[in-house]
Design a protein around this ligand. Structure first.
Ligand SMILES: *[C@@H]1O[C@H](CO)[C@@H](O)[C@H](O)[C@H]1NC(C)=O
Ligand SMILES: *[C@@H]1O[C@H](CO)[C@@H](O)[C@H](O)[C@H]1NC(C)=O
Length: 207
């Protein structure tokens, strides 16, 4: 009996442990939906994320100011270049990438808003335990809200206050730890003689 009580106490204290800021797995792939408060931008994105090689691939389709677009970008932070890839026409643009790589992580000074169950805690497999954090974006002074799973620090949603769009909300789903096709994180052969273009600041939004 005493052993059981001790075990119950141990369980209670470990369950009551406060969530801590965490870092997401260094290799992730999956999908995300991005939408903005001012309704100007909406996009469905397939992503590959490699924090070890500091590479990100984003294959997007969406609407910007009522016009549909597709976009395929490979961001190589170590080389400080990004490629805009057009697989259909086998064309490629190369631009300088003037942002630092930030691994997907909850900053140490983030404030815990709370822990919650997405779905339901009434039956097995119906719910997902998540933590939501809040903080200030250093560059802009806007706020961010980030929700990750308690187990594994897998991203669920990220919301940023941005100047041109208002709240920019990204929801993640179908995440897989690892990268099924690492070749997609290298520029295709037809990017060898890509034309050099001006830098863009668009991606600083995603940081
Ligand atoms: C987008 O389309 C809607 C409905 O057709 C229209 O009301 C709105 O003004 C359009 N917005 C822009 C930015 O063109
Ligand atoms: C956290 O640290 C960053 C700089 O690293 C700072 O800009 C921000 O205001 C700090 N506070 C919060 C609540 O995010």
């Amino acid at each position: 009996m005493r052993v059981f009580v001790a075990f119950a106490c141990f369980l209670a204290t470990s369950l009551a442990e406060k969530p801590r800021p965490c870092t997401s797995p260094p290799l992730l792939s999956g999908q995300m939906m991005v939408s903005t408060q001012n309704e100007k931008l909406w996009a469905s994105i397939r992503y590959l994320y490699d924090a070890l090689g500091q590479k990100i691939r984003l294959q997007e389709m969406g609407y910007y100011q009522n016009h549909s677009f597709t976009y395929d970008g490979l961001l190589l932070f170590r080389e400080a270049v990004m490629y805009e890839i057009n697989n259909h026409d086998h064309t490629c643009k190369k631009r300088p990438l003037k942002v630092d790589f930030h691994p997907m992580a909850i900053p140490n000074n983030a404030t815990l808003l709370g822990q919650a169950v997405l779905g339901s805690s009434s039956g097995p497999g119906q719910g997902l335990l998540v933590n939501t954090w809040m903080g200030i974006i250093p560059k802009t002074g806007g706020r961010y809200l980030t929700t990750v799973t308690e187990f594994g620090c897998i991203p669920i949603s990220m919301s940023y206050q941005t100047q041109p769009f208002g709240w920019m909300v990204t929801n993640f789903f179908n995440n897989v730890i690892g990268i099924p096709d690492p070749g997609q994180l290298n520029p295709p052969a037809f990017c060898q003689d890509a034309s050099h273009e001006e830098p863009v600041d668009f991606f600083s939004l995603f940081q």
